[in-house]
Design a protein around this ligand. Structure first.
Ligand SMILES: Nc1nc2c(c(=O)[nH]1)N[C@H]1C(S)=C(S)[C@@H](COP(=O)(O)OP(=O)(O)OC[C@H]3O[C@@H](n4cnc5c(=O)[nH]c(N)nc54)[C@H](O)[C@@H]3O)O[C@H]1N2
Ligand SMILES: Nc1nc2c(c(=O)[nH]1)N[C@H]1C(S)=C(S)[C@@H](COP(=O)(O)OP(=O)(O)OC[C@H]3O[C@@H](n4cnc5c(=O)[nH]c(N)nc54)[C@H](O)[C@@H]3O)O[C@H]1N2
Ligand code: SF4
Ligand SMILES: [Mo]
Length: 761
C-alpha cells in the first residue's frame, strides 16, 4: 500500500509544494519515502530543489534524535519524556526562582519560523519563563530590514516585496536567489521566475562582490566593495533627486512624509564620492538611477549581503527610498505588501494608522548596554552575557533554552560562544540533532520529523509574491515515542514554572488570548464577537491547529465564524490539498500603514541619524589607506545553513568549504588552488583549502558558513566525514548595525597566508 500526501516544504522560504509518497521499503525494510515537486501546487507548479528531495532522507536519518537525552558530565543517557521534562524543571526552576527571570535566556533558531508549532508556542514558552533575554537568528539575518520597514511603514512585518512576476527591472544587491531560492521574497522556483523576467524583456542587474550564479544569468553584474551598498544606494537616491528624476507618483505622494529632509540627508552622497568607496563608477551609478526611473516598473531588492553589514538598516531603508522615488512603491511590478490569510500586523488593527515601532527598544544588555530590538537582544551579545558577570552583583545569564538553533556555528565569534555555553548552569535544547550547540545542553528534547507535523507558513505569507494559503496535514504519523513540538514547548514551559500550571492550561491561555485579540480587532470579520463563542467554534481542534483555525477564520479572507460563509477556515484549506491561490498582490496604501502619522515616513529621525553616520563613514573610507582582504560568505545549493550536512543527498560532492580568492591576490600571496591557507581575523583563525577564482573581486575572499562539523562530542557522523571549517570563528561580535543589533558577517578584515608559511618558525 502506498499513501500519497501533499505538503509545503519547510526548509527554505520558497515554500514549494511537495508530493510525498510512503510505501513499503525493499523486502519489508520499513517504509520508503519519496518526495517530488507537486505539479498541481498553484504556486510552485512542480518545482523542487535538492533539499526538498532530501526530506525523505532527513526523515530516515538514523542520527536524527528520537529520544530525549540527559547529560551528566560527558555522558548522555536516553530517558523518557517525563524524566526529561522533570530534569529540565529541576535545572531551570531554581534559577528562575533564585536569580530572577533574566538569568535564563532563550535563543530561537531559523527553523522556528518554518514550523507552525514552534512559531506559535515559542511565544508561550518565553512568556512562561518571563525572560527579557530573548535572542534569535534574526540578528544575524534580516532584522535591519524589519527595523527600516517598521520605521517607514509602521510594523516589523511591513516589508515591501518585489512584485517579481510583473516587474520590468530587478536590481538585486547582496542576494543570490539562484542558490538561496529567495529570502524576504517568497516565490517557488526563483531560477525560473528570474529567467522569465529576462524572457519577457525585463532587465536583471546584480550587485555583489562575487560573480554568483544569479550574476551569471543577469544582464549586468556590478562588483562592489563589501559593506558599501548603503553608499551606492544613497548615491542612486541622490542622483534621482538632483537630476529631477524623483517622482513617487500621484497615488503615493499624498501619503509621504519627509521628502525634503530626505533630500538634504542625501546631499553628501555624490556619485563621484561614493564611486571611490564602492568601486562602482559614477557614470554607472547615474545610469542605473536613470534606468530605474525610466523603467515601466522596477524593484530594488537587497538581502544578506546588505543586511549583515555595519550599515544594514541604512541600506534596507535606502532600498525602499529608491523604490519610492522611482514611483515603484505599492504598484504592480514595483514593491508591494502581501495580505496574509492568517493575518499579520499589517492586516490587523485600524487600517492606515497605528502605534508605529519603538526603535531603539527600551531595554539594554547588561554588558555592552546594547538596545533591545522588537523585544530581543543581539545574538552577537549572547556569549558576553553568559561569560561576563556584572561587577556590581555578579548577575549574568546562567541558563539557556535553545529552540531549533545552532548559534555555535551561526553567530559571530562562535569559539567564545561555545566556551560560554560550556559554563552554563542549565541548558535545555529542543533540536533534531546532537550538534555543535546542543552538545553543550544538559537536556536535549528531540524534534519530530518534519513529515510528521502539520504545516502552514504563517511568517512567509508576509513576504510572498502572491497571496496564497496552503495547509499541510502530517504526511506520516509520529514515530514511536515522538512528541509534536507544540507539546514539547508547552510541557517545557510548565516544567520551568515548577509544575504550578499544566501544559493544557498554558495552551488554553494561548488560545483564549488569540480569540480575544481577534474579537477586539476592528479589521477582523469577527470583530465584536464574544471570544468564548470563537473558542467554542474551534473546540474540536487542538494545539496549533486550533490557533491557526482561529487566525484564518478571523483573518482578512476569513469566514468570520459564519459572518462570511464563503470565507476561509482550516476546513476550507484542508479541502484544497495543493494549496489555494488568492491572487496577485494588490496595492494597499494607505490602509497598510501603521505609522502614528498615517503616512510613509521617508526620513524618520533614527534613519536620518544613520545617514549622518554613513556620511562620516564615507569621509573615512575615502581618506583611509587601501584595505587588506575582506571576508564575505556564500551559500551553496545543497546546504541549509548549518544543519543538513548529515543527509547523504546533501553531504560532500559539489559543496566545498573552500576559501575563494582572486588570482591577483593569490599570486601576491603565493597561494595555489588546493593549498591549505591560514585565515586570521581580530577574533580568531582557521585553516582552509584555497580555491583561486576570478569569481570574487580582488581584495575579497569568500568562505561559506554552516561548516565545521569536527567536534567529536556531536553525533553527526556523515557530516563529520567532510567537516569543513566554521567561518564564524572569524566573524567579530564587536561591530554591529546598532539600530537593529545585527551582526556584521560580511566584509570582515582578514589576513591570509599559506599554512606552510604560517607554520614555519
Ligand atoms: N558567517 C555567516 N553566518 C551566518 C549567515 C551568513 O550568511 N554568514 N547567515 C545567518 C542566517 S541568515 C541565519 S538564518 C542563521 C541561522 O542560524 P541558526 O538558526 O542558529 O542555525 P541553523 O544552522 O539554521 O540551525 C538550525 C538548527 O535547528 C535544528 N532543526 C532543524 N529543524 C528543526 C525542527 O523542526 N525543530 C527543531 N526543534 N529543530 C530543528 C537543526 O538541527 C539545527 O540545530 O545563520 C546565520 N549565520
Ligand atoms: N541553498 C541554500 N539556500 C538557502 C540557505 C542556505 O544555507 N542554503 N539559507 C537560507 C537563509 S536562512 C537565508 S537568510 C537566505 C539568504 O538568501 P540570500 O541573501 O540570497 O543568500 P546568500 O547566498 O547569502 O547571498 C548573499 C550574497 O551577498 C553577497 N555579499 C556579501 N557581502 C556583500 C556586500 O557587502 N554587498 C553586496 N552587494 N553583496 C554582498 C554574497 O557574495 C552573496 O552572494 O537563503 C536561504 N536559502
Ligand atoms: S527551494 Fe526551498 S522550499 Fe523549495 S524544495 Fe528547495 S528547500 Fe524546499
Ligand atoms: Mo536566514
Amino acid at each position: 500500500m502506498t499513501a500519497t500526501t501533499h505538503r509545503t516544504c519547510p526548509l527554505c522560504e520558497a515554500t514549494c509544494g511537495l508530493t510525498v509518497t510512503i510505501g513499503p521499503g525493499p523486502e519489508g525494510a520499513g517504509e520508503a519515502i519519496g518526495v517530488r515537486g507537486d505539479a498541481e501546487d498553484p504556486f510552485s507548479r512542480g518545482y523542487i530543489c535538492p533539499k526538498g528531495v532530501a526530506l525523505g532522507q532527513l526523515h530516515a536519518d538514523p542520527d536524527r534524535l528520537r529520544t530525549p537525552l540527559v547529560r551528566r558530565g560527558s555522558s548522555w543517557t536516553e530517558v523518557g519524556w517525563d524524566e526529561a521534562f522533570a530534569e529540565a524543571g529541576r535545572l531551570l526552576a531554581p534559577l528562575l526562582r533564585q536569580h530572577g527571570a533574566d538569568s535564563v535566556g532563550v535563543y530561537l533558531g531559523n527553523p522556528v519560523v518554518h514550523n507552525l508549532g514552534l512559531s506559535l508556542y515559542s511565544r508561550t514558552l518565553i512568556q512562561a519563563l518571563g525572560t527579557g533575554y530573548r535572542f534569535s537568528a534574526s540578528t544575524v539575518d534580516q532584522m535591519p530590514k524589519q527595523v527600516a520597514s517598521g520605521l517607514m511603514f509602521g510594523t516589523e512585518l511591513s516589508i515591501a516585496v518585489p512584485d517579481l512576476d510583473r516587474t520590468d527591472y530587478l536590481l538585486v544587491l547582496g542576494a543570490n536567489p539562484m542558490v538561496s531560492n529567495g529570502s524576504l521574497l517568497t516565490a517557488p522556483d526563483l531560477p525560473g521566475r528570474l529567467r522569465a523576467l529576462r524572457r519577457r524583456g525585463g532587465r536583471l542587474v546584480v550587485v555583489d562582490p562575487r560573480r554568483t550564479r544569479t550574476a551569471e544569468i543577469a544582464d549586468e553584474y556590478l562588483a562592489i566593495r563589501p559593506g558599501t551598498d548603503a553608499l551606492l544606494l544613497a548615491g542612486i537616491a541622490r542622483t534621482l533627486v538632483e537630476e529631477g528624476l524623483a517622482d513617487p507618483g500621484p497615488r503615493v505622494t499624498p501619503y509621504l512624509n519627509g521628502l525634503a529632509e530626505l533630500g538634504d540627508a542625501l546631499k553628501p552622497f555624490t556619485p563621484e564620492a561614493v564611486a571611490v568607496a564602492t568601486r562602482i563608477p559614477a557614470g554607472t551609478i547615474r545610469r542605473i538611477a536613470g534606468e530605474l526611473a525610466a523603467a515601466p516598473s522596477a524593484a530594488v531588492y537587497g538581502r544578506i549581503g546588505t543586511t549583515t553589514t555595519a550599515f544594514g538598516t541604512a541600506a534596507s531603508w535606502l532600498v525602499d527610498v529608491v523604490n519610492t522615488l522611482t514611483g515603484n512603491l505599492d504598484r504592480p511590478g514595483g514593491v508591494m505588501w502581501p495580505e496574509p490569510a492568517a493575518g499579520s500586523p499589517t492586516t490587523t488593527g485600524e487600517p492606515g494608522r497605528g502605534r508605529g515601532v519603538r526603535v531603539p527598544g527600551s531595554r539594554r544588555t547588561r554588558v555592552r548596554g546594547l538596545p533591545s530590538v522588537f523585544g530581543e537582544f543581539p545574538a552577537g551579545a549572547l556569549a558576553e552575557e553568559i561569560d561576563t558577570p556584572s561587577a556590581a552583583d555578579g548577575t549574568r545569564l546562567r541558563g539557556l533554552v535553545t529552540v531549533a538553533g545552532n548559534p555555535v556555528l551561526s553567530t559571530p565569534n562562535s569559539a567564545r560562544l561555545g566556551a560560554a555555553l560550556a559554563s552554563l548552569d542549565a541548558m535545555v535544547s529542543v533540536d533534531a540533532y546532537l550538534n555543535e550547540t546542543t552538545r553543550h545542553a544538559h537536556v536535549v528534547l528531540p524534534a519530530a520529523s518534519p513529515l510528521a507535523r502539520s504545516h502552514y507558513d504563517l511568517v512567509f505569507a508576509s513576504f510572498s509574491i502572491r497571496n496564497t494559503a496552503h495547509w499541510s496535514p502530517p504526511s506520516v504519523p509520529l514515530g514511536p515515542g515522538e512528541l509534536d513540538e507544540s507539546e514539547v514547548l508547552l510541557r517545557l514551559a510548565a516544567a520551568a514554572l515548577g509544575g504550578s500550571v499544566t501544559a493544557e492550561q498554558l495552551d488554553d491561555l494561548t488560545a483564549s488570548d488569540t480569540a480575544r485579540r481577534i474579537a477586539a480587532d476592528p479589521s477582523s470579520p469577527a470583530h465584536g464577537r464574544d471570544p468564548g463563542d470563537l473558542l467554542a467554534a474551534v473546540a474540536h481542534r487542538t494545539r496549533q491547529e486550533r490557533l491557526l483555525d482561529l487566525m484564518l477564520r478571523g483573518g482578512p479572507y476569513g469566514d468570520g465564524f459564519g459572518a462570511e460563509p464563503e470565507g476561509l477556515s482550516l476546513d476550507a484549506l484542508a479541502a484544497a490539498p495543493h494549496g489555494l491561490d488568492l491572487g496577485p498582490l494588490r496595492p494597499r496604501l494607505p490602509g497598510v500603514l501603521r505609522t502614528p502619522s498615517g503616512r510613509v515616513e521617508l526620513a524618520p529621525p533614527q534613519l536620518l541619524a544613520e545617514a549622518a553616520r554613513l556620511a562620516d563613514h564615507l569621509a573615512e573610507l575615502d581618506s583611509a589607506p587601501a584595505d587588506g582582504l575582506l571576508l564575505i560568505g556564500r551559500r551553496q545549493l545543497r546546504s541549509n545553513n548549518s544543519w543538513m550536512h548529515n543527509v547523504p543527498l546533501l553531504a560532500g560532492g559539489s559543496n566545498r568549504c573552500t576559501l575563494q580568492l582572486h588570482p591577483q591576490d593569490a599570486e601576491r600571496l603565493g597561494i595555489d588552488t588546493g593549498e591549505q591557507v591560514r585565515v586570521r581575523s581580530r577574533v580568531g583563525e582557521l585553516h582552509a583549502e584555497a580555491e583561486v577564482t576570478d569569481a570574487v573581486m580582488p581584495g575579497v575572499v569568500s568562505l561559506p558558513h554552516g561548516w565545521g562539523h569536527d567536534d567529536p562530542a556531536t553525533r553527526l557522523p556523515l557530516a563529520a566525514r567532510e567537516p569543513g571549517v566554521n567561518s564564524n570563528l572569524l566573524t567579530d561580535e564587536a561591530p554591529l548595525d546598532v539600530l537593529s543589533g545585527t551582526a556584521v558577517l560580511n566584509g570582515i578584515p582578514v589576513e591570509v597566508v599559506r599554512a606552510a608559511v604560517a607554520a614555519a618558525p
